[in-house]
Design a binder for this molecule. Structure first.
Ligand code: SF4
Length: 519
């Protein structure tokens, strides 16, 4: 870490959490070289602290801990992929990851079943195609989420592609920011339907405009302090308007505030959201202005709604004659062969570009009008369909206890069975977004779902059984609010019919306004 970095948290070491003390002794990013050097010696060559720092390399232990298998998350900034990168990811899964690939709710790719011996080769394969797992986990700036349609989107104010890469290149492996109090999530999108899920990020840039010297300037508003987990917070908007070339400066300033003033005493009270909640946006903004200089006050918000990151179907791009085709990945999972097939289709019908969505789905862009029907007739699209049934088409799931050490219940298979039951038994004319978390950490983002499920265990005559708390009414965008928990806890096998009954009640009581959905 640079000598010039202020580290006020070092002044009272007695208050720091155990991990913070270890983080003062070694930079988390050093684990990458250590893995490259000794990974072939196997799991036992690494200390307990090493295994904690594996997260800085984007790697973390798979369930059950100690068995020597790991998960890996790969950063996909704003979901941007090309077909060569997709083939590399598919091959890694085939060779090392038992053919399982997950698309996460932050547009990243996740592998399972990796051994330490496989990691150096995986790092190398990724680096060759300009991809990295580094800092996809850990107390660092994580994968930058954004608009998967950047550059082709009729609903964007301007193309955010270069800005995403500017931030990615600035923050990735930057040792000024490799010791943050906790994970740190960024979002940047100029889509007017909030494709970047701004309000649940530590820092978010959303589309805005302001008249400057008689000319309308397109830029961003800035939000800070959002996040989910057990104590969810919606981000607060600062009273500043920034131009596009100021994004890096602002992101740098906010990240420095988090690094230097964020809480480090308790792990569950260390996210930026707690500092913002205590300071309020006004004090936070004062501190930011101290660092980056004065900024003009807010302009006009250009976000008009929320599409929840769903793009299934065939849609016109802003480029005449071109289309993007959104494919459904049921609960975000596909095989290596399927992923490779997506790359082939992107080359054959599009321009070799693939995009990953925070709804755990994929997009093939740049398909000329005359090729759309041929793409739709491809066998792969029978399963990864652009035209899914209502419930499976809007079903999101975290990893769950199949692989995750923190999970209380199984999630992906459960969500598929719930959505399938609902598709067979419930009619509705508007999407109902279902999300499931296997624990309160909320990788499945249940708080923003129309119907969110959170796993728990209940004691029954047959022993402990999977059960779920049910929450209803979550949304982001101009009417953002987290969903509300209903009383009671429902056994896993009973969840589908209970949701069915809730939806019947909703159909009878909803207002006309609630029938709108932007996609
Ligand atoms: Fe694991 Fe909990 Fe995250 Fe699900 S929400 S992947 S169970 S940590």
């Amino acid at each position: 870490m640079s000598e010039t970095v202020t580290r006020p948290w070092e002044t009272d070491l007695s208050k720091l959490s155990k991990l913070e003390l270890v983080k003062l002794e070694r930079d988390g990013l050093d684990i990458i070289e250590k893995i490259k050097e000794i990974a072939d010696q196997g799991y036992d060559a690494f200390t307990e602290d090493d295994l904690t720092f594996f997260k800085w390399a984007g790697v973390y232990e798979q369930k059950p801990k100690g068995d020597g298998f790991f998960m890996m998350r790969v950063r996909i900034p704003s979901g941007f992929l090309n077909s060569g990168q997709v083939r590399t990811l598919a091959e890694i899964s085939r060779v090392y990851g038992r053919d399982v690939i997950d698309v996460t709710t932050r547009q990243a790719i996740q592998f399972h079943w990796l051994t330490t011996q496989s990691l150096p080769d995986i790092f190398s394969r990724l680096e060759k195609v300009g991809m990295f797992s580094y800092e996809a986990c850990g107390d660092v700036p994580r994968t930058i989420v954004g608009n998967p349609l950047a550059g082709i989107d009729p609903n964007e104010l301007f193309d955010t592609t270069d800005l995403v890469y500017e931030l990615e290149n600035y923050f990735l492996l930057n040792r000024e920011f490799s010791n943050l109090p906790r994970k740190y999530k960024m979002s940047i999108s100029s889509n007017i339907y909030n494709t970047g899920h701004a309000e649940i990020n530590d820092i978010a840039f959303t589309p805005a405009s302001k008249v400057v010297d008689g000319v309308e300037v397109l830029g961003f508003h800035v939000w800070v302090g959002g996040g989910l987990s057990a104590k969810p917070f919606l981000a607060k908007q600062l009273d500043i308007f920034i131009q596009q070339h100021e994004v890096k400066k602002v992101a740098d300033g906010v990240t420095r505030i988090f690094r230097d003033y964020g809480y480090r005493e308790k792990r569950n009270h260390a996210r930026l959201k707690f500092l913002v909640a205590d300071w309020g946006p006004e004090k936070f903004q004062e501190k930011l202005i101290e660092l980056i200089g004065p900024m003009p006050e807010r302009g006009t918000d250009r976000t008009v709604g929320w599409n929840a990151g769903y793009f299934t179907g065939v849609h016109k791009q802003k480029q005449e004659g071109l289309n993007y085709v959104g494919l459904l990945l049921p609960v975000g999972r596909l095989t290596a062969d399927e992923f490779e097939n997506v790359a082939d289709l992107a080359d054959k019908y599009g321009s070799g570009i693939v995009r990953a969505c925070n709804s755990q789905n994929l997009i093939i862009p740049n398909v000329p009008d005359e090729h759309v029907q041929a793409l739709l007739a491809e066998p792969l699209l029978a399963r990864l369909t652009p035209f899914p049934r209502t419930f499976i088409g809007y079903a999101v799931s975290c990893t769950g206890n199949e692989y995750c050490n923190l999970a209380i219940v199984e999630t992906k298979a459960r969500m598929v069975s719930i959505a399938t039951w609902l598709d067979e038994n419930v009619e509705i004319d508007t999407p109902i977004r279902l999300h499931v978390n296997g624990c309160p950490n909320s990788c499945g983002q249940q708080q923003i779902a129309d119907i969110g499920l959170q796993g728990a265990l209940v004691k029954t005559d047959q022993g402990m059984q999977d059960a779920f708390d049910i929450h209803v009414g979550g949304s982001l965008g101009p009417d953002a609010s987290f969903n509300k928990r209903l009383k009671g806890r429902v056994l896993g096998d009973r969840v589908a019919p209970v949701i069915g009954a809730l939806i019947e009640y909703y159909k009878e009581n909803r207002s006309a306004q609630e029938e709108k959905f932007h996609s």
